[in-house]
Design a protein around this ligand. Structure first.
Ligand SMILES: NC(=O)c1ccc[n+]([C@@H]2O[C@H](COP(=O)([O-])OP(=O)(O)OC[C@H]3O[C@@H](n4cnc5c(N)ncnc54)[C@H](OP(=O)(O)O)[C@@H]3O)[C@@H](O)[C@H]2O)c1
Length: 248
């Protein structure tokens, strides 16, 4: 299947991480579909991608965090592009530092879990059937190392939400060991930002996008976690010297 025949669904594609991924796929000649709840974010995304590839970006306003919303979005995606061959999921939020647990409400915990894990699960359930049985298809989750430790005081609910996403990815690898679709995870153990907001050690979202697009285009690994601890690790993914990856 040539690149021009592949259609990427970028869940969270209007976000910081997702926009870098969307641009990289478009620059390689893939068609890309992005769903966002916010039409103004989709307009911003259209302005951000390379003008020469803009016609290959299809946008859908929708909420993939509810079962009805995800089903509706799926029908809209299929109507617009007919099929999906590759899915990259970078749903969630960039940062949360609302304070230590004793200062928090259950409503806040609900919001964190809805945004980080429920949207990831609900959209996976809706969209995975589109790619599940095809060895030429891929499903890639972008997750964060925040799930393994408290990043700093007051970020506890971020850890709870990110840990749920890590656990969910592990469950999928173990529940579906032989699924034909290539199922991978890129676990980022540092910050990701746009070039104007980069801090030391952070990943530029454009470089991350390139690495993820390389991985998906190659589609030669499955059930693998690619750990990215620093910008240099992206080169490791690009050069296929996957010392940072672990097949589970
Ligand atoms: N940023 C970092 O430093 C970093 C570091 C390590 C890992 N990560 C991973 O990357 C993920 C994304 O981070 P980010 O910085 O790109 O966050 P972001 O800029 O807030 O983008 C998150 C995207 O998720 C989408 N989303 C969430 N719930 C949705 C729903 N129910 N329906 C449709 N879209 C929904 C948002 O869409 P809307 O447009 O509808 O709001 C938004 O575009 C994180 O959750 C984490 O797993 C990020």
């Amino acid at each position: 299947m040539s690149k021009s025949e592949r259609v990427v669904l970028a869940l969270g594609g209007a976000g910081t991480v997702g926009s870098g991924i969307v641009k990289a796929f478009l620059d390689r000649g893939f068609k890309v579909v992005v769903i966002s709840r916010d039409s103004s974010r989709l307009e911003k995304l259209k302005d951000f991608v390379s003008p020469s590839s803009r016609e290959n970006l299809i946008t859908v306003v929708g909420n993939v965090g509810s079962e009805e919303g995800a089903e509706e979005a799926k029908q809209a995606v299929l109507k617009a592009v007919g099929k999906v061959t590759d899915i990259v999921s970078s749903l969630g939020f960039s940062w949360w530092q609302g304070g230590p647990p004793h200062t928090q409400t259950v409503k806040e915990l609900h919001w964190v879990l809805e945004t980080l894990i429920l949207s990831t699960f609900v959209s996976w359930k809706a969209f995975f059937p589109l790619v599940r049985e095809d060895p030429n298809c891929t499903y890639t989750f972008i997750t964060g190392g925040a799930g393994e430790k408290l990043l700093m005081p007051g970020t506890g609910f971020l850890t709870v939400g990110a840990a749920s996403a890590l656990a969910f990815c592990q469950v999928l690898r173990e529940e579906y060991p032989d699924v034909p679709c290539k199922l991978n995870q890129v676990k980022i153990n540092t910050g990701v930002a746009t070039p104007d907001r980069l801090a030391p050690g952070y990943l530029n979202h454009l470089d991350l996008g390139e690495a993820v697009a390389t991985l998906v285009e190659r589609k030669n690994t499955s059930h693998t976690v690619f750990n990215v601890n620093c910008p240099a690790d992206l080169k490791t993914i690009l050069l296929e010297n996957n010392i940072m990856s672990e097949r589970i």
